[in-house]
Design a binder for this molecule. Structure first.
Ligand SMILES: [Zn+2]
Length: 174
């Protein structure tokens, strides 16, 4: 299986809950496109930021990419999506929807590793979920970091609604 043999049932459930969180709204394109700006996914045919829609239909990446990943091979270019970035897990590089679900899983199983690989993913996926003020995680949530500053600006409304931010994580000064 693509998540790897070491993943527990609880982690699998968290991954699937990540899908629920992202896809619970009626319109999927906005949340997927927003995440793709962090995760570096573009639509192969157009080069635009990936929003989950290919020729007006919602599409996951095609199985050929899953086959490569299952063999431990690099993702490569897919029929639907291009991935340009550093991915927290191999499966995260499949498409933006799986990348988000993997981030939600890692927030609980290994947030330090997630922050090391992608501070922006940690900031967004962990907001309201775990205490980002703990020193091990605070190290990654630095407003002076360009990627973090960009996320704080672009995700301001989202982050403001998260409980953690209401409880005073901002002003996030170094
Ligand atoms: Zn999944």
């Amino acid at each position: 299986m693509l998540l790897g043999g070491e993943v527990t049932l609880a982690e699998l459930v968290r991954h699937e809950l990540g899908h629920v969180v992202m896809l619970h709204a009626g319109a999927l394109d906005a949340p997927i496109a927003q995440w793709s700006t962090i995760a570096g996914f573009t639509t192969a045919a157009t080069g635009e930021v990936a929003n989950g829609y290919i020729s007006s239909g919602f599409e996951n990446e095609q199985p050929i990419v899953a086959s490569r990943l299952a063999l431990g091979l690099p993702r490569g270019d897919g029929p639907h999506y291009r991935a340009a970035g550093v991915y927290p897990t191999l499966y995260a590089s499949f498409d933006p929807v799986e990348d988000f679900a993997e981030a939600v899983r890692l927030v609980h199983s290994d947030p330090v590793a997630l922050g090391r690989i992608s501070p922006a993913r940690l900031l967004v996926a962990a907001a309201g979920e775990i205490d980002l003020r703990t020193p091990a995680l605070r190290a990654f949530v630095r407003p002076s970091d360009a990627a973090i500053a960009k996320v704080l600006a672009e995700w301001a409304d989202y982050l403001r609604t998260q409980e953690e931010f209401k409880r005073g994580l901002p002003p996030l000064q170094d």
